[in-house]
Design a protein around this ligand. Sequence first.
Ligand SMILES: Nc1ncnc2c1ncn2[C@@H]1O[C@H](COP(=O)(O)OP(=O)(O)OP(=O)(O)O)[C@@H](O)[C@H]1O
Ligand SMILES: Nc1ncnc2c1ncn2[C@@H]1O[C@H](COP(=O)(O)OP(=O)(O)OP(=O)(O)O)[C@@H](O)[C@H]1O
Ligand SMILES: [Mg+2]
Ligand SMILES: [Mg+2]
Lengths: 165, 165, 166, 166
Amino acid sequence: MRLIRLDIKGFKSFATETVIHFDEDVIGIVGPNGSGKSNIVDAIRWVLGEQKSKELRLDQMSNVIFNGTNKRKSGGLAQVSLTFENTKNFLPTEYNTITISRILYRSGESEYQLNGVNCRLKDITSLFLDTGIGSNSYAIIALGMVEDILNDKDNSRRKMFEQAA
Amino acid sequence: MRLIRLDIKGFKSFATETVIHFDEDVIGIVGPNGSGKSNIVDAIRWVLGEQKSKELRLDQMSNVIFNGTNKRKSGGLAQVSLTFENTKNFLPTEYNTITISRILYRSGESEYQLNGVNCRLKDITSLFLDTGIGSNSYAIIALGMVEDILNDKDNSRRKMFEQAA
Amino acid sequence: ATSQFIESFEKARLYFIEVFRSLFTEDDNCDLILTQPDNPLESSIEIIAKPKGKRPQTINQLSGGEKTLTAIALLFALYLLKPAPFCIFDEVDAPLDDANIFKFNKIIKKFSKDSQFIIVTHNKLTMAAVDTIYGVYMAEQGISGVSQVDFRDFETRDVGLQSLSS
Amino acid sequence: ATSQFIESFEKARLYFIEVFRSLFTEDDNCDLILTQPDNPLESSIEIIAKPKGKRPQTINQLSGGEKTLTAIALLFALYLLKPAPFCIFDEVDAPLDDANIFKFNKIIKKFSKDSQFIIVTHNKLTMAAVDTIYGVYMAEQGISGVSQVDFRDFETRDVGLQSLSS
Ligand SMILES: Nc1ncnc2c1ncn2[C@@H]1O[C@H](COP(=O)(O)OP(=O)(O)OP(=O)(O)O)[C@@H](O)[C@H]1O
Ligand SMILES: Nc1ncnc2c1ncn2[C@@H]1O[C@H](COP(=O)(O)OP(=O)(O)OP(=O)(O)O)[C@@H](O)[C@H]1O
Ligand SMILES: [Mg+2]
Ligand SMILES: [Mg+2]
């Protein structure tokens, strides 16, 4: 499986539509403090189905929607789409290219889509079951996971190991 | 008060006598991972009277003595001396130059010295009372203190504030 | 279930030792052990580091950078156990010195033949090691924008890097 | 005791706002509040950050580097309340971008007229900002040594810096 592109709109500080292409093997993300780098990482976790707002550094999931500045009012929805090639039939589906999308409306309603077709969160997460990806997989190696290994709080080393085993 | 020099011998990875002079206002300490930079910070805390082995990253205080390598046997004692000018009569004593020393023997015995004269730990800590220094004063701003402020565990912000107030 | 667990654990342990030695040196050693070997399904996991010449120590006795490097070795061991198609690192290189940053980026280069890596960083050496860079910035107050940086013209690379992270 | 506490708290709060603005910008704001103003001797302390243009947020909603910079501002506020003759920073600059590292070192320069600062760092910009450098190394396996670096010949400084941290 190979990532192709990430589309972010209305998610956290990304009020306006933003696209990131993943044409290379090793992609660097740089920028000043507070510019939005970790928000991009959060967007990827979120579209893969992360349900714990704490893992996304939020008090509640609705805080994922752009909350406005004094020059621009807050957004009505947050939407993230992740598109990838299903190389080597990595995922158990006949599609070659897959786009998963997640939308959260200010009203609290959620939508999930697989190649443009509405589906349930369950359909997205079951697609990734057992692939080493999934919103709390060790594939997302944020600084926090290094700390989890070091302090081993709540037997976190064991849990990480069980996910990989 | 102005620091003059730090003498370390047998303390953690500093098996051999080491001197650091503090002739300047802003002193940088650099070097590879594991070379001993944080050990120097620990040495300063220790000679100022730090009693909590956890604060010095140790399971027990005796681990502060150089514990040997396969080419050099472990040390018999750890000794640190900190010398400073008592400018503006910062400390309530008539001396102009003060050297505080702390020694821990493998046997578990401890010695404290003030300008070469044996004294009790109490004499050293009472000297620094109310000066903003002391082994757990906010004057030692290790990375850990930034984390304490951020997570506010056990009301740490309040405790830091009370020390400074 | 128990025998499968033990088998995976043993595999992860060997990967861990292998990656640890490439991040530290061939003379450095380490170990991964179950604190309760007779209760494998519940046991917690202990990490032992034996840097060359020093006595064995638990991971908590290492320096800040050595701890991070050891944890990275374990993460890569889990990755080798079940390779994910992509991995994301968010500023894990912050506590590493230059030599260790080179090793970190070298091991990413090696695994990038099989998986994609997304590396968030402030470090210039890491920026020089990746294949492409996306610069993130605050376009107007409070709104993020992204711009891909093209390093095909290598002469401008360092200049570009200078201005990129501030 | 209560009135003295409130008085010190108010002083610290003003220092905090002042330092915060010099580390961020003059348009950024912050606040320090007692969560239980009617129970000052027991109350915990809340930190609010209002970066320009954005809504007020608790410190936990800021980015990694913004959090560190805000915590540094609070530490300096406590320092101004009761100036210590020396302060030690152990790699606090790790999560900061280049622009914030300049500000961090600039504020240290300013306070270094009154106190000495000992700065442990891996960062080249910080190394360039200090008055003198002690290089720490492993002399033989497991044994630390220290060597003072002399930058009086400025041409060799950058070269020296390159080799220093690895
Ligand atoms: N819902 C939201 N609406 C608008 N802005 C938000 C929202 N959630 C978070 N932000 C802003 O996003 C910014 C943080 O971005 P992020 O954590 O991605 O920074 P970063 O680039 O990773 O910085 P650092 O280098 O310090 O880690 C914060 O300033 C925060 O105020
Ligand atoms: N009692 C002891 N005897 C010998 N060596 C010790 C002792 N205590 C600690 N050490 C060694 O000192 C080294 C750590 O030094 P220190 O924490 O000062 O590193 P550092 O320079 O701060 O590195 P980093 O940049 O990674 O933070 C460790 O490798 C540890 O094994
Ligand atoms: Mg971040
Ligand atoms: Mg250290």
